[in-house]
Design a binder for this molecule. Structure first.
Ligand SMILES: Nc1ncnc2c1ncn2[C@@H]1O[C@H](COP(=O)(O)OP(=O)(O)O)[C@@H](O)[C@H]1O
Ligand SMILES: O=P(O)(O)OC[C@H]1O[C@](O)(COP(=O)(O)O)[C@@H](O)[C@@H]1O
Length: 310
């Protein structure tokens, strides 16, 4: 089974207007209330790709209930732990440019942390555990390290899509897959990454540290896959961008959906990039037919060692 875990879910209040200006009243043309948070998006896209998963994490209050009901209506199994605080609402403004305002995550007390660990203890060899989204600083790093070590000891595929200080430690736990975007990868190495060669240089370091598959997503430039056997660059398909929120999460879903069937990292990478772009070209997340229509447009090229500067 695939389990996704969103420590900090959200309702993504997504609003469209032709132009957005600060310090004045703006009126929206359209608004949507999508359940969000990276693990939840991964579960939603997996479902659209005909793959079942269980969404774990923490939700609270009326916003938490809304998310849970939304997922149940989409046929996704949920097993959230309740928090005292209400789940945050993240604001996504789609105007001339995309502007995002993400709230802080909830405080998770030690009992709630214990409840999550108990749920993870039932995972079996071959299962997948996707830890995705921001990790509140109120939770000690040791908690996430414990999750990683349970997964490693049980032979669970541990997939990581997070940022900040927790990521620095977690990349040393031999995760199966991590998917930083170029900014998150740069943050990890305290540098700025401005092209695929630089991204490749740092992704290789992560592979040397024991990460099995590193996908660096780079928005409209596509993505890179670095493993001990591959250094591949994918061009993103061209299309009209509607809403890129959830594109990175869709890369993970596409990768997992394909990998669990074919056990082929190259094919899975291609499917992941097509899924990311298919989401960017929609208001909500991609559908399977969108992904398959884009697949042929995802060109993969090997990046050669000599191209990798530094
Ligand atoms: N403007 C775009 N055009 C085409 N594809 C895009 C665009 N933005 C994102 N994507 C697709 O979504 C993937 C993930 O996007 P990215 O912005 O890197 O992730 P994140 O949301 O994690 O920052 C990219 O690798 C690409 O396949
Ligand atoms: O946990 P964070 O880092 O605040 O991110 C949460 C946000 O990320 C999202 O999951 C989207 O992620 P991506 O655009 O990176 O795929 C939104 O649904 C949510 O509002």
């Amino acid at each position: 089974m695939i389990y996704t875990c969103t420590i900090t879910p959200s309702i993504d209040y997504t609003t469209y207007l032709p132009e957005f200006h600060t310090a004045t009243l703006n009126r929206s043309d359209e608004v949507y209330y999508y359940p969000g948070g990276k693990g939840i998006n991964v579960s939603r896209v997996l479902k659209r790709l005909d793959v079942n998963s269980v969404a774990l994490g923490f939700t609270g209050g009326f916003t938490g209930n809304y998310i849970e009901q939304f997922l149940v209506n989409e046929g996704i199994e949920t097993d959230f732990i309740e928090t005292e605080e209400i789940t945050r609402i993240n604001v996504k403004i789609k105007a001339q440019e995309e502007t995002e305002l993400n709230g802080p995550g909830p405080v998770i007390n030690t009992h709630q942390q214990y409840l999550l660990i108990e749920k993870i203890r039932i995972l079996k060899k071959g299962d997948w555990f996707v830890l995705a989204g921001s990790l509140p600083e109120s939770i000690p790093q040791t908690f996430f390290m414990k999750i990683a070590s349970i997964c490693r000891d049980e032979g669970v595929h541990f997939v990581l899509d997070t940022s900040g200080p927790a990521l620095k430690d977690l990349v040393n736990t031999q995760p199966f897959l991590i998917k930083p975007n170029e900014h998150e990868l740069g943050e990890l190495f305290e540098t700025i990454i401005s092209n695929k060669q630089e991204a490749c240089h740092y992704a290789k370091k992560l592979v040397h540290q024991g990460v099995q598959h590193v996908i660096v997503s780079m928005g409209k430039e596509g993505a890179l896959l670095v493993t001990k056997d591959h250094i591949l660059s994918a061009e993103a398909p061209k299309g009209k961008v509607v809403n890129t929120v959830g594109s990175g999460d869709s890369v993970i879903s596409g990768f997992i959906a394909s990998y669990t069937k074919e056990k082929d990292a190259e094919k899975a990478f291609r499917y992941g990039v097509a899924s990311g772009s298919a989401t960017a070209f929609r208001s909500d997340l991609c559908e399977k037919s969108d992904v398959e229509a884009l697949l042929d447009q995802v060109q993969l090229h090997p990046l050669h060692e000599e191209d990798v500067t530094r």
